[in-house]
Design a protein around this ligand. Structure first.
Ligand code: SF4
Length: 378
């Protein structure tokens, strides 16, 4: 299994908490799309014999681009790469730029999953974090996707936000569920340096819920998600049965993926080695390299076997299903329970891990202390 990621680094306006590689106020969408197509064509011969089971068009805000351009990118991806029949094809959208007409064009282009960033159903909170849509606009966007025939819709919600109460966080989850979201990703705010929100919080102008309140929100939110029929299958991800995100599962299973676009990351098994590489981080460098017919790779790293093993455990333990012992043994020739015997014994004593015949996984308490537990595996 392999995943294909296509990065669209444009947003109408930067949210106050965001440090993703996305840019507002640029008008080089066409040149960027042409460069993406060149990148696909350069990779085409190198990806021969590899089939992609998932495609994820992420950002940024891919829904900011005209739907025809997204259709063109997908059709080029199909002619350059082998995309599996029945592949999961996702596009990330923001409420202010998703219309029914666009959603219909996405469907016609073969997209079968939409991920919408709501973050909160509270307009006051949305304004404090610099989102440019309201809760009502989110509802319209969600219905637009449904009317166009999408049943596999993810909604992103956040907790630990300025001005957010327990009630408003739980209402955000209830709204997504009531509309019929098949999948909900619920993330805690990470206050990143070099963002306007960070500056405002450190200057005392904006107050965030404290750690205890954020943890209480998380506990209550996750409990509500379970009551509403969403299964937790990763630290922050919940799905109705049959709607787990296959693209992200591939990352958590440490599978191969090719990332296209500015600052995209890739990890591929090639020539008996596992290699990770990252693209250049600015649009200018990206366009220059592809304009000269060069792949815009900034750095390449060959992953040693020990590190690859550890990453399989680290990523696998994010999932509630944990690490598949047989898959690990097939990849590395050793049972992970044997390889990490000391770390697993320590976690068993703390009752933070469960070991079964086919897998081992963290308990609910273990998921809360994942980083500490992983130190022993290192
Ligand atoms: S829409 Fe997403 S990518 Fe764009 S600025 Fe906001 S959080 Fe960042």
């Amino acid at each position: 299994m392999a995943g294909l990621y296509i990065h669209i680094p444009y947003c109408k306006k930067k949210c106050r908490y965001c440090d993703f590689v996305s840019f507002a106020g640029r008008n080089d969408h066409l040149a960027y799309s042409a460069a993406l197509i060149t990148e696909m064509r350069l990779y085409a011969p190198l990806m021969k014999g590899r089939e992609f089971d998932t495609v994820f068009i992420g950002g940024g805000t891919p829904s900011l681009l005209p739907a025809e351009l997204i259709g063109r990118l997908l059709s080029e991806a199909r002619s350059c790469f082998s995309i599996a029949k029945g592949a999961e094809i996702t596009i990330e959208c923001n409420p202010e730029s998703l219309t029914e007409a666009k959603a219909e064009q996405y469907r016609a282009a073969g997209i079968n999953r939409i991920s919408i960033g709501m973050q909160s159903a509270d307009d006051k909170v949305l304004s404090l974090i610099g989102r440019i849509h309201t809760a009502d606009e989110f509802v319209l966007a969600f219905r637009a996707a449904q009317n166009a025939g999408f049943d596999n819709i993810n909604v992103d919600v956040m907790h630990g936000l300025p001005g957010q109460t327990m009630g408003s966080y739980l209402d955000s989850i209830r709204l997504a569920a009531k509309l019929g979201a098949a999948h909900i990703s619920s993330y805690a705010l990470i206050l990143e340096e070099a963002t306007p929100l960070y500056d405002s919080v450190t200057a005392g102008q904006t107050v965030l819920p404290d750690e205890d309140d954020t943890a209480d929100m998380e506990d209550a939110g996750f409990e509500l998600l379970s009551e509403l029929g969403y299964e937790r299958y990763e630290i922050s991800n919940f799905a109705k049965p049959g709607f787990r995100c296959r693209h992200n599962l591939n990352y958590w299973n440490n599978g191969d993926y090719l990332g296209l676009g500015v600052n995209s990351h890739s990890a591929l098994h090639t020539g008996g080695k596992w290699v990770r590489f990252a693209n250049k981080a600015t649009i200018e460098e990206y366009l220059t390299d592809l304009g000269s017919g060069r792949l815009p790779v900034a750095e390449t790293q060959e992953i040693e076997r020990e590190e690859e093993m550890f990453e399989c455990v680290m990523m696998g333990l994010r999932k509630t299903d944990g690490v598949d012992r047989k898959a690990f043994e097939a990849r590395f020739g050793i049972d992970p329970v044997e390889q990490y015997a000391a770390a697993i014994s320590a976690a068993l004593l703390d009752e933070t891990i469960v070991v079964e015949k086919d897998r081992f996984y963290l308990t609910k308490r273990g998921l809360d202390f994942q980083n500490e537990i992983l130190l022993n595996f290192m």
